[in-house]
Design a protein around this ligand. Structure first.
Ligand SMILES: C[S@@+](CC[C@H](N)C(=O)[O-])C[C@H]1O[C@@H](n2cnc3c(N)ncnc32)[C@H](O)[C@@H]1O
Length: 617
């Protein structure tokens, strides 16, 4: 319905001798509705610039960019960079070719010819921040045309950085439309998705946008659309000469019906809000004492053990990673990174956290990729010696590819009422690194994260009491004579943990925790024969307890003992900067592991033992 305007722009430029060659942005913006298809022309763009705080360095995604007028105007007036996504090929081509002629801004503005409902997976021009995220988006009189508006919004969300902001100019029913208005909207305006304002806001918030505010534009738009109609009819001779009688008749009818629609006082809206693709860091604003948001992984990869944790509270974000190589005990534990520099969240269907030294991408269905590229010279030397290869920053880079395996969820003590937000445990992850001392290494690992059922999976989080302590053990034990029952999707190279052919491990994980006044313990066993079904065996809480180097449970009437023999130990203090800060001793132990179930022969392997005590804030 806009194509005639491409020809109209060409004619208008021809009339002023600018059919070809360089253009100023004002040559186009002065063409009014031929350049700016939304209401209130460049005045609305000025408002967008102010609301979003656009300036040099800002990045803006323009949904339904039309012939590119708003994108060019905003780049010219604010210095921001814009990527427009436009469905109609002729509009896209005109936007790109007109913009290429505007030398003052053509490096700042680009367009993509695509359906914006698929913007989540579009290849967009770079550079636009981490993983192609933008600071802002605008959508000026576009969403009303898109039948699946919810899909559009859900697709836009991950393309906007957490805390990024947006302006949507769109139709919404401020009051219920009459039947005649309904027909005008659907048949003439081609606007199938006009809803009430409250439904619009709820939909945006439901997909993950936050702080959505609305401005009722009905009166302003009514005034503008009435003036547009009057001026258009008054300029009949000129319009007919420029575009022909047919277009004049069609436009004057269209403008009269829109004038009528807004004069009714029931349609018109502007929506403003912020994006939150992942919980912003901190994810509660203002942060609350006891906020606890964490993500943890560890892996037994033959001789190589790796432990990774992101620990986020109201006062800090700590990222740590260590490795221990059992084939090089004299090296001791190697601290790969231990930093309070916050990770940035990025685009993806799951968790995307990126920092200079560590990147975690975890889609919670297929698994995770964890990239470690430490800045500390000792860690770099160890990785280099192990032959891991160099990554994009030119540093030695250890990349762990992880398949998630079975996952289990339940609520910790004190949170039983929040059953929609279980903590997710993944005790049988299968992990690989491509190279460690000349060989690809594979093995098992564990991860804990939050299982909130919102569209985007979040990290493990909650408001916890100030005083906490826990002992946690995850052990993987193998024997020679077990047969491997359920091979994961790709071959499992665990041969360095058990000589000879593959065997299914017994996996135990158990915790003894105190969260404020609440005591909490569990003891879970994934037996070798249960790898296919994922059926867990567990001990009753009353039969579950830990001592210094051993955890006990009772399963199927048999006593189960998980014993540890320390191989290496290291710790860091997280926080501890005084005042109300968090202060926790976070200790890791890599241990030899012996699992005894009743009087069956013991099985042995490796275990990770986390001991953490202190206070959160
Ligand atoms: C009223 S025009 C607004 C254009 C531009 N925002 C402006 O204000 O100048 C609506 C635009 O949305 C585009 N559009 C409609 N559905 C779209 C979709 N699914 N993806 C991308 N663009 C779309 C149309 O092709 C048209 O260019």
């Amino acid at each position: 319905m806009y194509n005639w305007r491409v020809r109209a722009v060409e004619k208008a430029l021809d009339r002023v001798g600018k059919a070809v060659g360089p253009l100023e942005v004002s040559d186009l913006s002065s063409l009014g509705h031929l350049d700016q298809y939304h209401y209130l022309g460049t005045e609305a763009c000025d408002e967008v610039a102010e609301l979003l705080g656009l300036g040099p360095g800002s990045t803006l995604l323009d949904i339904g960019s039309g012939i590119g007028g708003p994108a060019r105007y905003l780049a010219a007036t604010t210095g921001c960079s814009v990527v427009g996504v436009e469905l109609q090929r002729d509009l896209y081509e005109a936007s790109a070719s007109l913009t290429s002629r505007c030398r003052s801004i053509n490096k700042l503005v680009s367009f993509v010819n695509a359906d914006a409902t698929g913007v989540h997976s579009l290849q967009l021009p770079q550079p636009f921040g981490l993983h192609g995220q933008f600071d802002h988006f605008m959508s000026l009189l576009v969403n009303l045309h898109i039948p699946d508006r919810r899909a559009l919004h859900a697709g836009i969300l991950p393309r906007i950085r957490p805390g990024g902001t947006f302006v949507i100019d769109d139709f919404a029913a401020v009051a219920p439309a009459t039947a005649a208005e309904g027909r005008t909207l659907v048949d003439l305006v081609k606007a199938p998705s006009v809803t009430s304002v409250s439904a619009y806001v709820a939909e945006l918030e439901d997909v993950g946008f936050v702080d959505v505010e609305t401005v009722d534009m009905t009166a302003k738009w009514a005034h503008w659309t009435a003036a547009r109609h009057t001026e258009y009819v008054a300029a009949e001779a000129e319009m007919v000469a420029l575009h022909g009688r047919q277009i004049f008749e069609n436009r004057s009818y269209f403008y009269s019906k829109i004038d009528e629609l807004f004069a009714g006082g029931r349609v018109g809206e502007q929506l403003i809000g912020a994006a939150s693709a992942q919980p912003p860091l901190p994810w509660l604003s203002p942060p609350q004492p006891g906020l606890h948001d964490s993500l943890q992984y560890h892996f037994f990869l033959g001789p190589l053990f790796i432990a990774v944790r992101v620990f986020h509270t109201a006062t800090l974000q700590s990222s740590t990673a260590w490795l221990y190589d059992t084939s090089q005990p004299s090296m001791g534990p190697i601290e790969l990174l231990n930093t309070y520099t916050p990770l940035q969240t990025g685009v993806g269907p799951g968790i995307v956290l990126e920092g200079e030294e560590m990147c975690i991408v975890d889609d919670s269905v297929n698994g995770a990729t964890i990239t470690l590229r430490p800045s500390n010279p000792k860690a770099q030397a160890v990785l280099q010696q192990a032959g891991v290869g160099r990554g994009s920053l030119g540093r030695p880079e250890l990349r762990i590819e992880v398949e998630q395996g079975h996952s289990y969820g339940w609520m910790p003590a004190g949170f039983e009422g929040e059953a929609d937000r279980p903590v997710i445990h993944r005790p049988a992850m299968v992990a690989n690194v491509a190279m460690w001392r000349g060989v690809a290494r594979g093995g098992f690992g564990y991860s804990k994260r939050d299982g909130r059922s919102s569209p985007i999976p979040h990290r493990y989080h909650g408001i916890y009491p100030r005083y906490n302590g826990w002992r946690f053990i995850h052990g993987v034990a193998l024997t020679q004579d077990q047969t491997f029952i359920a091979p994961p999707p790709r071959p499992l190279p665990l041969t360095s943990m058990a000589q000879g052919p593959w065997t299914a491990p017994s996996i135990v994980w158990t915790a003894d925790a105190t969260f404020g006044d609440d005591k909490y313990n569990y003891f879970k066993l994934l037996a070798p024969e249960a790898h296919e079904s994922g059926t867990l065996l567990e001990s009753a809480q009353a039969d579950t307890y830990q001592q210094q180097d051993v955890a006990y449970g009772r399963i199927g009437g048999e006593r189960v003992t998980a014993s540890l023999k320390e191989i290496a130990k290291w710790h860091t203090i997280i926080g501890g900067r005084g005042g109300n800060d968090m202060e926790m001793k976070y200790e890791n132990r890599l241990c030899g592991f012996t699992l005894q179930v009743g009087d069956k022969p013991p099985t042995t392997g490796l275990a990770y033992n986390e001991r953490c005590f202190g206070c959160l804030w």
